[in-house]
Every structure is written in structure tokens, then in C-alpha cells.
Design a protein around this ligand. Structure first.
Ligand code: 5AD
Ligand code: SF4
Length: 463
């Protein structure tokens, strides 16, 4: 009988990608995924350590799972609990000490070993002289070499990790410690994976990396290819209509990448380019190695290459030593750039990072006030951006039928959900694109009407 697997994913898209690959690697062992942890023979928590209370959340989730595990045991069923991801990498041994219900712990670069870990965990459970396994190696390429082909991603949008780890050491960030050093996958491997994703129905692929534009993967001749070059090659894939990448660092935006935005239609005009702060003093203390004006200049060059480019960013308020003046500089930058969307956070001291040791920590109420001022402005900008799409004609990539008869829902280049009435009758299906005039704005989606026939080229390719 099939065994059931439940994976709960926290944090970033890289964790989502990793979770899908964990499911892939467990298929040969007979595991099928379930949405309900109560039914699961194996539950994996794929954890995130980026901001505060991450570990507490994991322990409370383990507490809930322990009750389910006891319940299943009373019914003669088992439930193994596995903790993966960045909290596991940072605190694996402690989790093992504090939570006897946990059967195994593994870091983000070690999940290729899941089959062996499960075996070892079973031995440990049966009181064989074997400890519950803990896997913490930084073995990025070994991981990719050992993973089986993708099977669990079969939607129109898919993720593809091309780069892992980070050598930047921003002083607030745990990533360089939990994900390890930068590593880029070879070009040929990425192209092969993209081909498989397209064959399984993907038309919109997001290339992932903690520092995705630091990409420098072997191009086959032993030379490193940069991101612009990789995307130029990917753009040749028939059936792939959209390419995105995240998360990029301003410092690694090179000329070829800017040029690619202008030259390659398939690169979507929507870029997540975190700036974190608009104050040069704070940027320096964060070890970002760029100024606010450097960022403005990069954005200007990107917009010159691709005038319809929209931007998204991450911001941290209340970094140690941030004054009202520093915060004003952040607000100035936000108003200068104007964002389509953004994430903003209060600074959270992460154990083991340099900024956590700084003595001039900002008071909680000050952080709260600044965050709310920033978020008000970002919300206004986001609403203005969405309102400005009304009346425009945008390409929409269809994903699934909508709630109304004959309606299909798809995505604009800016990831906005667009519901298009009458699309079914025009031949819409998943993965096809059409020109749509945006006619209205709802709470979380746009409404539109077809102004072109549905492009059926793709179906011919996929079938
Ligand atoms: N405190 C608050 N926000 C943080 N981020 C990373 N580390 C911290 C921290 N210690 C934010 C950054 C990053 C995003 C993924 O999370 O803005 O870009
Ligand atoms: Fe963290 Fe900075 Fe690396 Fe991004 S670039 S993962 S914020 S250290």
C-alpha cells in the first residue's frame, strides 16, 4: 500500500522547490503526498530561520504533530517526524535533544539522503543500537546529482533552483550560515531540468537562488556562464514562454543581465531587487556594499532597457543604529523608485550574525511605527500600480478555469491574477497565452476581456 507523505513548507520559494524535490525523491519508496498530516506516515517540516520566532514555531508544530503521532500509534499506525530546512541546519542537535518525537533532522543541502535517513530512523525506532539521524553536510552538487527527475511540479508555473548559498554576509542575515557558500549548477543540467518541466506543462519558470544573479555555472567548456547568458539559452526552449528569477542582489546586476532584459522578450518585466534600506550609513553597516544612489542608477538602467519593468523589493526597518533621518532616506528611495509590490520587516536579531551583537538596537515601538509608515506607502504604491493596469492590454498566461462558467484565470507578466470571461469558448487551456484588456480591479485579482485569439502554438509543442 502507498505510504503517505505530508510536507509543510515555511519561508522562501527555495524551500518550496526543495519540498517538491523531497517529494520526488520519496516517490520510488512508495510515498504519495497528502494534505492532511493526520493521515501521514511521514511528516516533514521544511523550516525557515530568516526571522524571529522561527524555532519557537517549529517546536509548537512538533508539539501538535506529537499528539497526532501518539494517536496514530494507538491505532497501530506509524508517523515519522522529520525536520528539514534552515532551522534544522542551525539547531539540529538541539531539536533532537528537546524533542524526542522527532525521528530525523536534515539541513537544506542534505535531503538527497532522505531514503537512508528513513532507514536509519527506523533502526533507531526499533531500539537497534543506532541514533536518530542528523544530516547537516553542505553538499549542494552531490544533492543535485542524486535527485531523481522532477515529477511533483506539473503546473503552468514552476520553480527551478539554479544557485544556492550566499557569500555576501549581510550583517543581519543567517543565510550564509544555514545555506552555506555559493554554488551554481552547470548550464546543461539546468537546461535539461527546464526541458523536463516544460514537458510536464510548465510555461513560466522562475529561476531560484539565494543570490540568483551571482550565478556562475559551468557552461560546458569549464568557463562560468552568468545569469544573462543562461537565460539567453533558456529562451530558446520552445514551449517556455516566461522566465523570471529571484532573489537578486544589486551588486551582481551586470551589463549582460541588463541587456538581457531588453533583448529577451521572455524575461518578464517584473524584478524583485531587494534594497533593504535607503540610507547609505545603514547600507554600509548592513555590508550591502552599494549605496542608495547605486541602486537608483541600476534601476534607471534596467528601466531604460525595459521600460515596462516593474519592481519589487525587501526592506528592513529598525536595523541597529537606524535614526529617523536614516528612515527618511528609505522613504525617499521608496518614493523615487515606486514599487509594484514589496516585503518589509522589522529588524530581528539573528543569533550568530554580526548585527545581533551591535549595542545600538532600536526600540520595538520605534520599529513598529516605522514599519507602519513604510507599509502604508508601499500599499499605496501597490494599489496605484494595480489601478494603472486597468485599460492596458497585457499578455495573460492561462492557468486554470475560473469560478464562473467559461472563465479562465491566468497571470499577467506582473504575477497579477486575471479572470477572463469567455476564454474557454476561445479555446483557452493551461499554458496558453492571449492578449487581454484589463477591464476591472477586484480585491485580489483583475478582470479582463480577450482582445486576441488564444495562442495555441504552445499546445502543438507540448503535445
Ligand atoms: N531581520 C529582518 N529581516 C530580515 N531579512 C533577512 N534577515 C532579516 C533579519 N535578521 C529579510 C531581508 C531579506 C528577506 C528575505 O528577509 O529583507 O531580503
Ligand atoms: Fe542574506 Fe544578504 Fe545573502 Fe541575501 S545577499 S541571502 S540578505 S546575506
Amino acid at each position: 500500500m502507498a505510504k503517505r507523505l505530508h510536507i509543510k513548507t515555511y519561508g522562501c520559494q527555495m524551500n518550496e522547490y526543495d519540498s517538491s524535490r523531497m517529494a520526488d525523491i520519496l516517490v520510488p519508496l512508495g510515498y504519495e503526498t497528502t494534505d492532511n498530516p493526520k493521515d501521514a506516515d511521514l511528516v516533514i517540516l521544511n523550516t525557515c530561520h530568516i526571522r524571529e520566532k522561527a524555532a519557537e514555531k517549529v517546536y509548537s508544530e512538533i508539539g501538535r504533530l506529537r499528539l497526532m503521532k501518539d494517536h496514530r500509534q494507538q491505532n497501530g499506525e506509524e508517523m515519522m517526524i522529520a525536520i528539514g530546512g534552515c532551522v534544522a541546519q542551525a539547531q539540529g542537535e538541539e531539536i533532537m535533544r528537546r524533542a524526542p518525537a522527532v525521528d530525523m533532522v536534515f539541513g537544506p543541502q542534505s535531503y538527497q539522503a532522505l531514503p537512508e535517513l528513513i532507514e536509519k530512523a527506523k533502526l533507531a525506532k526499533n531500539n537497534k543500537p543506532s541514533a536518530r539521524p542528523v544530516a547537516m553536510d553542505f553538499a549542494s552538487q552531490d544533492k543535485f546529482d542524486r535527485l531523481p527527475a522532477q515529477t511533483s511540479q506539473n503546473g503552468v508555473s514552476a520553480f527551478l533552483t539554479i544557485q544556492e548559498g550566499c557569500d555576501k554576509f549581510c550583517t543581519f542575515c543567517v543565510v550564509p550560515y544555514t545555506r552555506g557558500a555559493e554554488h551554481s549548477r552547470p548550464v546543461s543540467e539546468i537546461i535539461a531540468e527546464a526541458r523536463r518541466l516544460v514537458a510536464a506543462g510548465a510555461a513560466d519558470i522562475t529561476l531560484l537562488g539565494q543570490n540568483v544573479n551571482a550565478y556562475a555555472g559551468d557552461d560546458g567548456s569549464g568557463q562560468p556562464a552568468r545569469l544573462g547568458e543562461l537565460m539567453t539559452q533558456l529562451a530558446d526552449l520552445d514551449g517556455l514562454s516566461r522566465i523570471r528569477y529571484t532573489t537578486s542582489h544589486p551588486r551582481d546586476v551586470d551589463d549582460a543581465l541588463i541587456a538581457a532584459h531588453g533583448d529577451i522578450e521572455k524575461i518578464m518585466p517584473y524584478l524583485h531587487l531587494p534594497v533593504q534600506s535607503g540610507s547609505d550609513r545603514i547600507l554600509e553597516a548592513m555590508n550591502r556594499k552599494h549605496t542608495a544612489d547605486d541602486y537608483r542608477a541600476i534601476v534607471a538602467r534596467l528601466r531604460a532597457a525595459r521600460p515596462d519593468l516593474a519592481l519589487s523589493s525587501d526592506f528592513i526597518v529598525g536595523f541597529p543604529g537606524e535614526t529617523d533621518r536614516d528612515f527618511d532616506h528609505t522613504m525617499d528611495l521608496v518614493r523615487d523608485i515606486t514599487y509594484a509590490q514589496a516585503y518589509s520587516f522589522k529588524y530581528s536579531p539573528r543569533p550568530g550574525t554580526p548585527a545581533a551583537e551591535l549595542t545600538d538596537q532600536v526600540a520595538e515601538d520605534v520599529k513598529t511605527r516605522r514599519l507602519s509608515i513604510l507599509q502604508d506607502e508601499l500599499r499605496l504604491q501597490q494599489n496605484a500600480f494595480n489601478e494603472a493596469t486597468v485599460g492596458k492590454v497585457l499578455p495573460v498566461l492561462f492557468e486554470k478555469p475560473g469560478r464562473h462558467e467559461g472563465q479562465w484565470v491566468g497571470r499577467s507578466p506582473y504575477m497579477q491574477a486575471v479572470a477572463v470571461d469567455g476564454a474557454a469558448a476561445a479555446g483557452a487551456s493551461a499554458g496558453m497565452e492571449a492578449q487581454v484588456e484589463i477591464t476591472g480591479l477586484h480585491a485580489i485579482s483583475l478582470a479582463g476581456r480577450l482582445v486576441s485569439s488564444v495562442d495555441t502554438d504552445r499546445e502543438a509543442v507540448a503535445s
